[in-house]
Design a protein around this ligand. Structure first.
Ligand SMILES: [Zn+2]
Length: 292
């Protein structure tokens, strides 16, 4: 069992402090993990950075007591997830449309299945979503239910299940062993096979400007990637990165307001205005990787 903090990509342990914790103790992280659905807790552990890969690693990624509390803690609201699925569909639709309608797709961490629904709507019928949160799956529509499965990757797959494309959206940060998971994804892909990823970019100008006020510094994130770091971990897992860039997310204004520090007077913004969809680049990135 790992007890020394290492870079999840290159596995070196020469990490330097990137952000100093504002938690009083790691015990506080355990208590907060129970209520992790609250937005912008503003509490974060120490993050250490690998200078080689530009990946920031949370000290909680090796805290056994925290990990035990953390199970089943991830789930955003269905409304936000639906908006995110729209953004991701727009981002990847031309790549997906180039694949055969017989292609088999897997989404790891599918939440309530909004992206799975997008694929079904566009006549991709060989789709499967895996989701560890039973709470999230309970929100899945009846249409999507037959295509989603409760469980973790890869444990909840049959030995012979393989895929033409895999999707991992805003999930890599939450995994304890992201490189090993990506290696498993690689082995579950057919040749050629594609992986579509969305993640935060902690070195984007937006996140650098916000510094420790950025909501990405959170007890739920075991690691954070820059663009260089996201590419590095995929290459370490055997992939060729064929596309990478920044993304725009569209959410109701109310969601963007919820990410702001608590001092901001959100109630001063009229409710009707808060419902408006707003597209912003908030320092998220995408990547498309290929298994040849
Ligand atoms: Zn590294």
């Amino acid at each position: 069992m790992t007890t020394v903090l290492v870079c999840p990509s290159c596995k070196r342990h020469q990490l330097s402090l990137h952000l100093k914790s504002n938690l009083d103790s790691l015990q506080e992280a355990n208590e907060l993990s129970f209520s992790s659905r609250k937005r912008n807790e503003g509490r974060f552990p120490n993050f250490f950075q690998c200078s080689l890969c530009e990946i920031a690693v949370s000290e909680l990624s090796i805290s056994q007591s925290f990990i035990a509390q953390y199970e089943d803690a991830l789930y955003s609201s269905p409304k936000e997830e639906a908006m995110a699925a729209n953004s991701y569909w727009r981002l990847f639709k031309s790549d997906i449309a180039a694949l055969s309608s017989k292609s088999s797709f897997l989404e790891i961490g599918c939440g309530a299945g909004f992206f799975i629904h997008k694929l079904l709507k566009h006549n991709f019928l060989h789709v499967l979503g895996l989701e560890p949160s039973s709470d999230a799956l309970r929100s899945a529509s009846a249409e999507v239910q037959p295509y989603v499965r409760h469980g973790n990757f890869p444990e909840s797959l049959g030995d012979k299940e393989s895929f033409d494309a895999v999707f991992i959206f805003q999930t890599l940060e939450h995994l304890r062993n992201p490189r090993e998971v990506l290696e498993d994804v690689y082995s579950r892909l057919k040749s050629p096979g594609f992986l579509f990823v969305v993640a935060h970019d902690y070195l984007s100008w937006q996140n650098q400007m916000l510094g420790e006020k950025s909501p990405i510094y959170d007890i739920q994130h075991f690691q954070l990637f820059s663009q260089k770091g996201l590419k590095a971990i995929h290459e370490a897992a055997g992939f060729a990165v064929i596309k990478q860039g920044r993304i725009w997310n569209t959410y109701p204004l109310s969601y963007w307001l919820s990410l702001l520090p608590s001092q901001f007077p959100k109630s001063s913004v009229p409710k009707l205005i808060q419902k408006l969809p707003i597209s912003l680049s908030v320092g998220n990135q995408y990547l498309v990787a290929k298994k040849s």
